[in-house]
Design a protein around this ligand. Structure first.
Ligand code: 5GP
Length: 361
């Protein structure tokens, strides 16, 4: 299934710190080990572990955050993550990350995001287009960009989502929304609510999310990742976010409501199986949503944590659900309609996909 790699693809659910290369984490752990911040042998074992429960994943995130605390490292991991996505023909990515404060490193939520944006600027294997089209003087509507020497390089469109962590307070979540509004001209297009689904309450985030909505910032919510959150799932569905991540533990009525609402669902197959939120690929709700033509997007969630890639997710969908090259191409192309970027970008993406349409035998 070489075509899974070759097809243009759109990634709409990727967490920056969950997508760091293992090789980079090991390198950072060595440095922190030498400084006595971590015990390298312990950390190495945790990084190389392949199967993690949901709870273990969140422990792993805490560890990653210890390794990626300074601005320079945030810039580095952003660059590497974008380079990795571009290398597998992802043409548009919405990268999400939680802006972090760290007084010891002189880091504010804003300076964290500036380090992320520096990472986008520092990519040199591919042309990165992240400034909104109305502010971008260059013609952003092409798959290839020419530099001053007339050399053409592939282009990847990148947009950013700022994540609110479920551990945060209402005031902290509001800071994140304000920051997202301030950074719109630098490619921030929306807000995500994520973090350990076993902690935090929907009510804490409602006011900042309503504020974001009022200001026209699109929102995607991690919804229904764990059992027995009936009321929260209901409140999230009633909120009418622009997209939903995962959508696993829904009651029958909520399932109906989701389908009627046509809210696009970001599907992360490997993540759901590895964390045992879904018992097996054969029981995955992808099949039902696909059969009922509900808007869905195949995504990776955390390429590093789950040792996956978007091409691998396409391959998995192809083999588990019997989908062919044309069907997966169409699924990827449909995602254009669910991106948070503006119409100019959508038009460019349609052109890219049209020019890459597979030839029927
Ligand atoms: P960051 O926002 O630090 O760049 O990326 C890692 C963070 O994304 C994690 O600490 C967590 O808050 C969030 N995250 C990553 N994967 C998942 C997931 O599968 N479910 C939820 N709820 N949050 C996640």
């Amino acid at each position: 299934m070489e075509w899974c790699l070759k097809q243009p693809k759109i990634e709409l659910h990727a967490h920056l710190n969950g997508s760091v290369r293992n090789s980079t984490l090991l390198e950072l752990a060595k440095v922190q080990g030498e400084k006595g911040v971590v015990v390298f042998a312990d950390v190495e074992h945790v990084i190389m572990k392949n199967d993690r429960s949901l709870v273990e994943c969140f422990k792993m995130f805490d560890l990653i955050h210890v390794l990626t605390t300074d601005h320079e490292t945030v810039t580095r991991i952003t660059r590497e993550v974008i380079e990795d996505f571009a290398a597998e023909n992802i043409v548009y990515v919405e990268l999400r990350t939680t802006p972090k404060r760290n007084e010891a490193k002189g880091m504010t939520k804003r300076s964290y995001m500036e380090a992320v944006i520096d990472g986008l600027r520092s990519v040199d294997t591919v042309d990165v287009s992240f400034i909104p089209s109305d502010l971008n003087r260059e013609n952003s509507s092409r798959y290839f960009a020419s530099n001053d020497n007339g050399i053409t390089r592939r282009r990847i469109f990148v947009r950013l989502l700022l994540s609110i962590d479920r551990r945060e307070s209402t005031a902290a979540a509001m800071d994140t929304v304000q920051l997202a509004l301030e950074l719109r001209s630098l490619g921030v297009v929306g807000i995500d609510l994520s973090g350990n689904p076993l902690v935090g309450n929907w009510d804490t985030f409602l006011q900042p999310l309503l504020f974001a909505k009022d200001k026209g910032l699109p929102i995607t919510l991690h919804c229904g990742e764990v059992k027995n959150r009936k009321e929260e799932v209901q409140a999230m569905l009633d909120f009418l976010p622009q997209r939903i991540g995962h959508a696993i533990f829904f009651e029958e009525q909520q399932w109906k409501q989701l389908k009627q609402s046509k809210i696009p669902v970001e599907i992360c197959l490997t993540s759901n199986i590895r964390t045992e939120c879904v018992t097996s690929i054969n029981n995955h709700h992808f099949a039902d949503l696909y059969a009922s033509k509900h808007p869905i997007v195949l995504c990776t969630d955390d390429t590093g944590i789950f040792s996956t890639s978007l091409s691998r997710e396409y391959r998995l969908a192809a083999s588990a659900f019997g989908l062919g090259e044309m069907e997966l191409f169409q699924l990827g192309k449909n995602s254009i309609e669910y991106v948070f970027a503006d119409e100019v970008v959508k038009k460019s993406l349609r052109e890219i996909f049209d020019s890459a349409t597979p030839k029927l035998p």
